[in-house]
Structures are given as C-alpha cells and as structure tokens.
Design a protein around this ligand. Structure first.
Ligand code: C2O
Ligand code: CU
Length: 479
C-alpha cells in the first residue's frame, strides 16, 4: 500500500514538473515576431476587416533639418562600478540635459559603445514615427559599435526625457536616460529653471544625499520633477513635497495646466515616467526644499534655514486643481472608437521563466497583444480599468491624451493632458486622444517590469506597417 502511494505521489510530481516545464518552454518568446502589420502585407487586425498596408513607419522620417537645428551626440557606454554594471550617456547618470527651443529640429547621433544593442526613445515628444526609437517597430536596434541618427522637430514646449527602449527594463534601470527640456518660443519669466530626476533606489540627479541648487530671495524658480524610476514590482510611485514656499503646479507631462493656484504642504504622487513642473518665488529668508517621502534624498534651493517637515501633508489632487477651461477633447461626449483595457496580472511563465505576468484584457504582449487600429482624424477613447493591487502608469507613444474621468468623475479643475498617467490600484481612468500622428505606436505601462512581462499594446494607424521585426534574432527587444 505504502509503495503504491509513493508511486502515485512520484507520478503526480513528475506530471506537475513536466507541465511546468512545458509551460515554461511554451512561454519562451520566438526569435522573431511582429509588433504590428508588416509592410507590403494585407493585415488582419483580429476583426473582420483586413487592410492594405500602403505606408511604412519609415515614411515618417525627417530627411533633413531645416531652420534652427540642435546637434547632439549621445555616447552609450558600459561602466563597471563595483560588482554593478552601469550604462551611461556621455559618462553620466542621468545623461546630459538637452535644452532646446520650441520648433527646433533635433539631430541626435547615438553612438553605441556597449556590448549590447540599444536605442533611444524620446518620451513625451509627439514625434514623427520613424524617430520614436522602438526596436522592432520603428527601427532595428543600434548594434555594438554602430551609430544611428534621430531627427525630429519639437513642436511643443515642456519637460520631456529620453531613454533606451531596447531591453528597457535593464538598460533604463542601469542608467540610460536623461532630461530633455523644450523651452517655449514665448520665453519665460523664471530666474532659474531646474530639472530634477528621481532615479534608482534613492538618487536625485544621479547622486545621493542633498542636491543644492542656487536661487536668491524673491527670484522665481521652475522645478521640473521627473520620476525616472522603474517602479519596482508593484509600480510604486514616489511622493514628493516642496517645503518652505507656496508653489503652483504649472505643468504635467509637458502640458501647462490652466489657472494653477498657489498651494503648500501638499504631497504630489508621481508615477514612473510622469513629470510635474512646480513654480515658486523664493522666500525672503530660508531655503526651499524638495523631499521624497520614502527616501532620504533632498533637493535644496537657495540658502538659509531648512524648512521643517510638517506633521501632515495633504495629498495633491490633480483632478480638482487649477481652473476649468473649454477643451475640444475632454468636453466630448461621443468618440469615434472606444476600448476597454483591463489591467491585471497573474503568476505564470514569461519568456521561459516563472514570472508575474502582466496582462491587458487577460492577454500578455507581445504574443497575444491588443492591436488598436485608428484612422487619422479620429478621436479615440481608452478606458483603463485597473483590476489589480498594483500601480500602472499607462503611456502612449507619439500622442498626448486628455483625461476624461478618474473613477467616473470629470476633472473639476484644469483640463489634464498626459503622455503617462498613474492608474492607481483598482481605479478606472478614461482618456481620449486625437489620432493626428500617423504611424505604428507602442503603448504600455511604464512600470518597467510590467511592460517587460506583457503589459503593452499597439496603436496602429490604418494602412501603416513596419518592415522591422522584434525578437532576439534581431536583438530587437522593445521592452
Ligand atoms: Cu518612456 Cu515606451 O517609454
Ligand atoms: Cu503596470
């Protein structure tokens, strides 16, 4: 009897192991796969309709800059720091601050000195598709020893950033990112304009401790704050507070807020890849300090007494902030197309190993990925329904979307435009965008592990295809 029980137990265990093994093998991504309709094909977009591909992503190339041009070179390197390998642009983390004028043409040469293929994505820029930097979608990755030119116009002023989009989970985490500021043609009235990047476990602008920034009493300061962190496994945002002065939140993801009021002692939650621009006047005495509530790092603006951290900080609510204004997208009640996107996760296998798989409508990209086909000129509504306990900062390439509702409520303050929006656990966020930038565009959660383990989808303009293939065979690893 004992023997039979033991035998049955062994058979069951072997069976389970075999099943796990098979699932792990099945979950392995193929060496080559498509992220969008292929050029020259008739694509079946999952529904009834098939469409003829008449344009390639490479049609949306800026062949030559005309007018004011900014030339930059970004050299990607691998640096050994103790047992860690870091990746840097031009020898620093973050990479150099690129500061340009609205309307300029950027001509950027990426030189890859690393032992891995790479690329650059220009996060938040409503860019021409060919310069979007997604390997396997808009280009082939830039192989070791090669270089690549990105050429694009920056139509909109604001706080943006750039980062690797090849094996992003690893390369961005290791340091391949930097700030990009587009100054408005109208000019500004600030005395100091600083970009602060929160990155890694507890690093501000790539250093630990306190970062001092100069400003004198009475001067106006703009502080652009980017959360460049990967969000860990649960998508954790950062919570920052500006102490020592009242301030205004003037811009989110490169779009100005309408009628921003003075606030103080509020804590702003910033999801991975989101940017908030703060403006304030330096007080007559004492410094102004930016704190991160979870980390010891600080940014100190000006000199003098350190502001005390109040016992309580009210959470900043973007959806009630600023003053209302008419908006062509946010005020709409009808849309050309609407999609519900349920954000979830489950324990399983991904690319040959055990993983927390991240899904949209139960499907994990890239093998099983929602493809949304849009026509130029349409206004498309997306409803993100977060069914999970995690944060998901949903990001759309090439477009900014208007926030229609958060948990069913229309924002009561300023219209809100974002390229990345923090969809908090179990919340629902409805957004809409005008399809005015033809191409094949990636959209995904900007929590790096979530995107890596399946949380992405594609927005394909009707008739546009890509000649590129993703997959290890091409060293094109879009996430
Ligand atoms: Cu900042 Cu697709 O990413
Ligand atoms: Cu996520």
């Amino acid at each position: 009897m004992r023997r039979i029980t033991a035998l049955i137990a062994i058979i069951i265990i072997l069976g389970l192991l075999t099943t796990l093994f098979v699932f792990s093998i099945i979950s392995k991504l193929p060496g080559a796969y498509s992220m969008g309709p292929a050029v020259g094909s008739v694509a079946n977009m999952g529904s009834m309709d098939t469409m003829t591909i008449t344009h390639s992503v490479t049609d949306y190339t800026v062949a030559q800059c005309s007018g004011p041009t900014d030339n930059f070179t970004l050299e990607a390197t691998e640096v050994q720091s103790g047992s860690q390998t870091l990746n840097e642009y031009n020898g620093s983390i973050p990479g150099p601050e690129l500061r340009v004028k609205q309307g300029d043409c950027l001509n950027v040469t990426l030189v890859n000195h690393m032992s891995e293929a790479t690329s650059i994505h220009w996060h938040g820029i409503n860019i021409n598709n060919a310069a979007d930097g997604v390997p396997g979608v808009t280009q082939d990755s830039v192989k070791p020893g090669q270089s690549y030119i990105y050429r694009f116009y920056v139509k909109d002023a604001g706080s943006y950033w750039y980062h690797s989009h090849n094996d992003t989970l690893n390369q961005l985490s290791k340091g391949l990112f930097g700030p990009l500021i587009v100054e408005p043609t109208s000019g500004t009235d600030v005395a100091h304009d600083y970009y602060v990047t929160l990155y890694g476990n507890n690093m501000v602008n790539g250093s630990s401790g306190d970062v001092p920034l100069a400003a004198k009493p009475g001067e106006k300061v703009r502080l652009r704050v980017l959360n460049a962190q990967g969000g860990g496994s649960a998508g954790d945002p950062v919570n920052v507070a500006l102490l020592g002065a009242s301030f205004r939140v003037v811009s989110k993801d490169g779009t100005d807020l309408h009628g921003p009021q003075q606030i103080s002692n509020q804590s702003i939650q910033i999801g991975p890849a989101e940017r908030y621009d703060l403006e304030f006047i330096m007080p007559a005495s004492g410094m102004v300090r930016l704190i991160d509530q979870q980390h010891p790092e600080t940014v100190s603006i000006g000199d003098g007494a350190v502001p005390v951290v109040p016992a309580t900080l009210q959470p900043f609510d973007l959806t009630t902030y600023g003053t209302p204004a008419a908006d062509p997208i946010a005020d709409r009640t009808s849309f050309d197309a609407s999609y519900d996107l349920h954000l979830g996760n489950h324990v399983g296998f991904y690319n040959g190993g055990p993983a927390k798989v991240h899904t949209i409508n139960g499907k994990a990209a890239p093998m099983d990925m929602p493809m949304i086909t849009v026509k130029e000129g349409q206004v498309v509504r997306l409803r993100f329904i977060n069914d999970s306990d995690e944060f998901h900062t949903m990001h759309l390439h090439g477009h900014h979307f208007a926030v229609l509702t958060v948990n069913g409520k229309k924002p009561s303050g300023s219209p809100i435009y974002s390229d990345t929006f923090n969809v908090t656990p179990h919340s629902t966020v409805e957004v809409a965008f005008l399809a005015n930038n033809p191409g094949v565009w990636m959209a995904h959660c900007h929590v790096l592990y979530h995107a890596y383990s399946g949380m992405m989808f594609m927005i394909n303009y009707e008739g546009v295809g890509t000649p590129f293939k993703a997959g290890a065979d091409y060293q094109n690893i879009p996430e």
